[in-house]
Design a protein around this ligand. Structure first.
Ligand code: SR1
Ligand code: MG
Length: 420
């Protein structure tokens, strides 16, 4: 990586001139910097995000800050995460073409990625809160998870290439450290940055008092930290997806790392379940049941497509060192039982990661708007309590769920429960 200390935080005032010096960006936007309109719209936890609109086109310019935006400069964060995000986007674009924003320019020293402006897409989490549907959402997301999982592993990659990539992304140390703390550790003790909704104390005490649960979470963190099965998005939640009524795109892979196959799809599922449990506060009675069922149908379609696509890739494109054809097809054996066994392991891991994500978004730093937008804590707390207790059941019994239908049946049961 580059040794260069020229980094300067950009602003609405300075970014136009900065971008006008980059030929590819200036010619795309058209005109000159004086005529461009600039807005800073970053509402995530870490970065600056500018929308820069010229006469001919509009671009997104995303710049990493040297600290965690959500917390401030008391929590420094290396700029190198932009380098990894850029490389993750490049790989994802090759593995599932059209699903991630096109990159127009990357400047490592400025930790700046200039990329496609997605319009009229909006953040999926906002659509879920507003009760809006996206056609074929589960299929799109299931395919993305399957393709990135498969093509990023030694089921497909040559071992030397994959190991070089593991080594490359292993440099992104500060980012997994956030997940290791905020997702896997902090929810389960009284950590400094934690917060939870008033009224949840008894539920939180139960979780923290359950040594078996904490042991299982630590086993999942061991997999997250040590298992390099594939290149993960690393932060695949409904805030990392932009959608219209008819399509969805994946953004923001700065939490990229090599990790277990089941991580991304498990985290994603948790975010759909949290959208599901929060709905009673966002919908009228007339719309509630129908919309909640649609969310569950997205979870089912995501897993169904994930498994179908993974099987297809297994049959047609397995060319890495894992499960080589010489051991199966080459000796007249059906290769699919081995695929199904692996899919079973991925499913079980996904359920465990799902339960953990359901916990951390209500207990540690960085809650999600699905619940946080519910201003009345007397309404919010019981909904979060359903989410937290179901999360615990997933972690404790991850091996016992047959399929996504069983997972969704459990969600329906918790949706009726008065946990508090
Ligand atoms: C300090 S960063 C907090 C959270 O924001 C990111 O989107 C990740 O989810 C991270 O855990
Ligand atoms: Mg993000």
């Amino acid at each position: 990586m580059l040794e260069d200390n020229s980094y300067k935080t950009l602003s609405v005032e300075t970014i136009g001139v900065h971008l006008s010096e980059i030929d590819a960006v200036r010619s795309r936007l058209g005109g000159n910097a004086d005529g461009w309109s600039v807005r800073e719209v970053g509402d995530g936890n870490l970065n600056l995000v500018f929308i820069v609109e010229g006469p001919d086109d509009t671009v997104i310019a995303k710049q990493a800050l040297p600290y965690v935006r959500l917390v401030g400069d008391s929590w420094p964060l290396p700029l190198y995460r932009a380098f990894y995000e850029y490389h993750a986007l490049s790989r994802q674009a090759a593995r599932d073409p059209g699903l991630v924003p096109e990159i127009y320019h990357f400047d490592e020293a400025q930790a700046l990625i200039v990329m496609e402006f997605l319009s009229p897409h909006v953040i999926l989490r906002r659509k879920l809160i507003a009760g809006e549907k996206v056609v074929d959402l589960g299929a799109i997301l299931g395919r993305f998870c399957a393709r990135t999982a498969f093509y990023g592993s030694e089921l497909y990659m040559q071992s030397a290439d994959k190991k070089a990539d593991v080594a490359l992304f292993a440099g992104n140390v500060a980012i997994p450290a956030i997940t290791e703390a905020l997702v896997f550790t902090d929810p389960y003790f009284d950590a400094e940055m934690n917060a939870h909704t008033a009224g949840l104390d008894p539920v939180v005490a139960d979780l923290r008092g359950d040594a078996d649960l904490k042991m299982r979470v630590q086993r999942m963190m061991t997999k997250f930290a040590s298992n390099t099965e594939t290149m993960l998005h690393g932060d695949l939640h409904s805030g990392s997806i932009m959608a219209t009524e008819a399509e969805a795109r994946i953004i923001d892979p700065e939490f990229v790392q090599y990790g277990p196959f089941g991580f991304d799809i498990g985290m994603l599922t948790a975010n759909f379940l949290m959208a599901y449990f929060s709905q009673p506060a966002h919908r009228s009675q007339a719309d509630l049941a129908g919309y909640q069922e649609w969310i569950l149908s997205v979870i089912e379609a995501t897993f169904e497509t994930f498994q179908d696509e993974f099987r297809r890739l297994w049959r047609d494109e397995r060319q890495g060192m894992l499960y080589p054809q010489v051991l199966f097809e080459g000796q007249g054996h059906d290769p699919m039982p081995a695929c199904n066994a692996l899919l079973g392991d991925i499913w079980t891991d996904a359920i465990g990661f799902c339960g953990i994500e359901m916990h951390r978004r209500c207990l540690s730093l960085a809650h999600n708007a699905d619940f946080e937008d519910i201003e009345d804590v007397r309404i919010r707390a019981p909904l979060e309590a359903r989410n937290l207790t179901m999360g615990a059941e997933l972690i404790l019994n991850a091996e016992s769920f047959a399929d996504a239908q069983a997972l969704c049946s459990l969600a329906r049961q918790y949706n009726e429960r008065n946990v508090l």
